[in-house]
Design a protein around this ligand. Structure first.
Ligand code: ZN
Length: 423
């Protein structure tokens, strides 16, 4: 369903024709900038009808007049990327998005892509309303009172069966919660690969390099690295839901590869880049730390010792995993020779990351283009990279997935302790 409405900006009186496509979310807060003056206009849709309008008033109009060029036009839809720039009757955001779906993804395992997307949005709607509960629950896990975590987790999952307080059962309970809440953000196939693949790798190492594997595990445990890393990972699950409104169109891009880069027009129907950029930084930071686990295991696989690195192209081998941990992200990648873990290097655009971290970027809220100036050149900032808000959110989504998959590695390592090391 779509609503057409004409809004007159309360600041400059410029009129904008809005075509609003309905999401299945109960409350849909949409916003955009008036092209006349740059003022933010906000529209709230509740239970499929408009319930709030800020900084604009609705104007009466003749249906025949839609599409006339004396006013601005904007398509809005919470769930889909917006590619349109002008009004074309029938070419709604939903319709255009469906046309963008890759031919080989129209049906996935016999289910239409749109249907899979709708199911994921339903899950998002469900847990999106409970994200504070998710946050509180995950804060309980690292604390000593495992009984309280167990009680709350079972309530949350509405499980009838109550697991024991044995650490392996509590570990399993935690990851059941995490898998359940993050379902909408993940790709099912990869989750399956990850959950079966990691324990196998660790078991294989237990057979071939038992003593050295134990040494590695004891080291990451005794230094507090593993526990600290898990605690930081847990803090991200509640936060990702705070960005849920911005991630919806980024999730849709799973079904239409490469379309986010159409930077002329791909947009998100909600303002708020500012509230997303810290998540990008924190995710890169945490995944960067998770890479120490990947490196340790890689060294064990190739050279039988977690501290044993291969010399990189640029210099001698690192002497220890500690040294690796101190490297910046782009450097770290160089030390992962023939890595067992396939990290999408394209994701780690360190230029964008550095710009965000050091505030050397500009954001144009009207075009939704982020211009990054990664190299500091005094006042002259010639070297620039542009990405749009949608691509940026897509990067956040993919980083979140990477963090979650590597979090499964943490789970597998704890299992190793509970089921093998301490037996
Ligand atoms: Zn205006």
């Amino acid at each position: 369903m779509n609503i057409n409405t004409i809004l007159a900006c309360a600041t400059c009186e410029a009129e904008t024709h809005c075509r609003i496509g309905m999401s299945n979310r109960k409350f849909q807060p949409l916003s955009f900038l008036c092209e006349g003056c740059g003022g933010a206009i906000e529209i709230d849709i509740k239970d499929m009808v408009g319930s709030g309008l800020r900084n604009a008033v609705e104007v009466q109009f003749e249906r025949d007049s839609l599409g006339e060029h004396d006013r601005f036009f904007i398509d809005l839809h919470l769930d889909f990327p917006i590619w349109s720039t002008t009004y074309v009757m029938g070419k709604t955001p939903y319709f255009v998005a469906i046309e963008m779906v890759d031919k080989d993804k129209t049906f996935i395992n016999g289910i239409p892509a749109v249907e899979i997307f709708r199911i994921r949005l339903d899950i998002l709607n469900h847990f999106g309303e409970k994200f504070n509960e998710v946050k509180q629950l995950l804060k309980l896990y690292p604390k000593n009172n495992k009984e309280l975590f167990r009680k709350k987790a079972i309530e949350f999952l509405k499980e009838e069966h109550s697991p024991s307080l044995a650490p392996q059962d509590i570990n399993l309970l935690l990851y059941t919660v995490l898998s359940r809440v993050s379902l909408a953000f993940l790709e099912e196939e990869t989750v399956k690969e990850v959950t079966s693949g990691y324990p196998q790798i660790i078991m294989q190492l237990a057979q071939t390099h038992r003593e050295k594997l134990d040494e590695f595990y004891n080291y990451i445990k005794e230094t507090g690295f593993l526990d600290g890393l898990q605690r930081d990972c847990l803090s991200l699950y509640g936060r990702i839901f705070e960005l849920e409104l911005y991630l919806r169109p980024a999730i849709f891009l799973d079904f239409c590869t490469g379309q986010e880069g159409k930077k002329s027009s791909a947009k998100i129907s909600k303002l708020g880049f500012e509230s997303c950029k810290d998540m990008y930084k924190d995710l890169s930071e945490i995944v960067g730390r998770q890479l120490a686990l990947v490196a340790g295991i890689n060294n064990l696989i190739h050279r039988g010792d977690h501290n044993s690195f291969l010399p990189s192209k640029d210099g001698p081998a690192l002497s220890s995993l500690d040294k690796f941990a101190n490297k910046v992200l782009s450097e770290k990648l160089k030390y992962l020779d023939e890595c067992w873990y396939k990290l999408d290097e394209g994701l780690w655009n360190t230029d964008i990351r550095n710009s965000i971290a050091h505030y050397t970027f500009e954001y144009n809220e009207l075009t939704q283009i982020i211009t990054c100036y990664p190299s500091k050149e005094g006042l002259r900032q010639e070297n620039k990279i542009e990405i749009n808000f949608l691509s940026f959110m897509r990067t956040i989504l993919i980083q979140f997935r990477e963090m979650h998959y590597l979090h499964h590695l943490i789970k597998a390592l704890y299992y190793y302790e509970y089921l093998i090391l301490s037996k």
